[in-house]
Design a protein around this ligand. Structure first.
Ligand SMILES: [Zn+2]
Length: 234
C-alpha cells in the first residue's frame, strides 16, 4: 500500500433539521502519510436570516479538536456543493486547498441559492482547485460528478484498507430509499431527470466495484447505526 493511500474515515454529525430529524454531517479522511482531508464543513456558526430550519450541534471545529486537530491541520477541503449545511464553515480552514467541480463554482457565482453562504466558499482562486467531472484526487480517493441536486454536485468514493470501498453520495442520494433504479419522478421537480441520471451512475458504480457500504447524505435511520467520531472506519 502506498504511503498516501487512505487510512481512516471519520463521520461527524454537526447539526440537524429538527422538523424532519435529518442529520447534518461531514467527514474527515486521513491518509497514510498524515494528510487530513475534510469532506464538507457543515452549518455556519451563526445562521443567516431565514435559515431557521437548521440547528447547530457540536460543530466541525470542536469535533476535530476532540481528536487533536486544529483547523490549520486540514490540508484539503473537498466541497461537494455550496449549500449552507455543507459549506457553512469553509472559511475556518485557512491553510486548506478547496476542491470543487468547476461547473458548480461557476454556477454559484450568480446563483442566489448560494449567495448567503458566499463569504464561506468565495475563497482566493489560488486556493481553489476546480475539477472537471470524475477525478482521482489521490490513490483511493475519487470524486464523482453527480449533478441534479445542484449543478456540479460531487459525491466521494473512499477506498480503505480493511473496510474496502465506501461511497458517500452526499445529496445525490440523501436517503437510502431513493437509491433505486425505479422511476420516482412525480413531475414536481424540474431536476428529477438529472437526479435520476446521477443515481443510476452511482448504482452502476456500486455494482461494478462491489462497494459494500454506501453512506447516504441525510439518512437518520442509517446514521444511527454508523460509527461516529472518535470512532472511525479503516
Ligand atoms: Zn444536504
Amino acid at each position: 500500500m502506498s504511503q498516501n493511500a487512505m487510512k481512516r474515515l471519520y463521520l461527524m454529525q454537526v447539526g440537524s433539521m429538527p422538523e424532519y430529524q435529518i442529520p447534518i454531517v461531514c467527514y474527515l479522511v486521513q491518509t497514510g502519510d498524515g494528510k487530513n482531508i475534510l469532506i464538507d464543513s457543515g452549518l455556519p456558526e451563526i445562521m443567516p436570516e431565514g435559515e431557521s430550519e437548521f440547528e447547530n450541534g457540536q460543530d466541525v471545529i470542536e469535533q476535530l479538536a476532540s481528536i487533536g486537530l486544529k483547523p490549520d491541520d486540514i490540508d484539503t477541503v473537498i466541497s461537494t456543493h455550496y449549500d449552507i449545511d455543507h459549506a457553512g464553515r469553509h472559511a475556518a480552514f485557512t491553510k486548506a486547498q478547496y476542491v470543487v467541480q468547476r461547473v458548480h463554482h461557476l454556477d454559484a457565482a450568480s446563483n442566489p441559492r448560494f449567495a448567503a453562504n458566499r463569504p464561506q466558499w468565495d475563497q482566493p482562486m489560488e486556493r481553489i482547485r476546480l475539477v472537471d467531472g470524475d477525478t482521482e484526487l489521490l490513490p483511493g480517493l475519487e470524486l464523482i460528478e453527480t449533478s441534479g441536486h445542484v449543478p456540479g454536485h460531487q459525491s466521494v468514493l473512499v477506498r480503505l484498507p480493511k473496510t474496502g470501498a465506501i461511497l458517500l453520495p452526499i445529496d445525490a442520494v440523501p436517503f437510502g430509499e431513493g437509491f433505486t433504479r425505479d422511476e420516482q419522478d412525480d413531475g414536481s421537480n424540474p431536476d428529477a431527470e438529472a437526479i435520476r441520471v446521477s443515481t443510476i451512475k452511482l448504482l452502476d458504480l456500486v455494482e461494478r466495484e462491489h462497494i459494500g457500504l454506501v453512506i447516504f447524505g441525510h439518512d437518520k435511520e442509517q446514521w444511527e447505526g454508523l460509527k461516529k467520531l472518535p470512532e472511525y472506519y479503516e
